[in-house]
Ligand binder design. Sequence first.
Ligand code: AP5
Ligand code: MG
Length: 219
Amino acid sequence: MGIALTARAVFLGGPGAGKGTQAKRLAAAAGIAHISTGDMLRQHVANGTPLGIQARAFMDAGKLVTDELIVAMVKERIQQPDASSAWILDGFPRTLSQARSLDRMLGASPVTHAIYFLVPDAVLKDRLEGRRTCGKCGAIWHVRTQPTARDGICDHCGGALQQRVDDRAEAIDRRLQEFHTTTAAPLQLHYRERGVLHVLDANRSPEVVYRDLAKLVQS
Ligand code: AP5
Ligand code: MG
């Protein structure tokens, strides 16, 4: 169902919290841009661009890519015509320095909603281990919680499902560690101080999370 939305929203949350799942659905329903720094970086890696070559080792190991590279990439993307008034940023910012850079970029049209997707670590691990992504259309599935009708084949486009390189146990642990040391507390504080932070219980079914999320961003 379509919804009217003029939000400039950032989605914060640990790896596997459901940022991408919910951002895809909400952006499609509202007809606004979904800007995922992880998806953009994976596209650069697949295309073998200079940025992709630099970012790849960080990503595969579950480490954060440098602020300088990420901020330049987002700055260029957010100036595109489809991002002039409303958008969802998924996976950015995730350092205080990135959040401050974003504030400067936006000037008089700041972030309207910072949604923190709260999910316990044990659930995050389970979600990442079972995640499968369509190599053709990018749809996100899970072997148990969001299964496709046919094993390994996307219901939406018939593309082959893949497992992300960083969804291996060692990289998952590193990503969780990065999230807890660098992202979670500083960014919640940053957006709480600006009066735009909303903590969303994202340890519920995708349907229920979406219903609450849609209400939040329309408020
Ligand atoms: P990125 O791609 O952003 O990965 P992430 O933050 O680790 O988050 P994920 O994409 O893994 O999880 P998600 O929250 O989108 O969950 P999803 O919806 O898929 O970043 C990857 C890497 O790129 C980083 O490690 C870093 O190297 C680099 N990078 C990116 N941005 C950067 C930045 N700003 N600065 C520096 N480096 C950066 O769902 C997960 C699974 O759970 C799926 O299988 C899904 O079907 C299932 N699921 C979703 N919701 C539910 C639910 N409610 N109940 C049950 N299952 C569910
Ligand atoms: Mg994602």
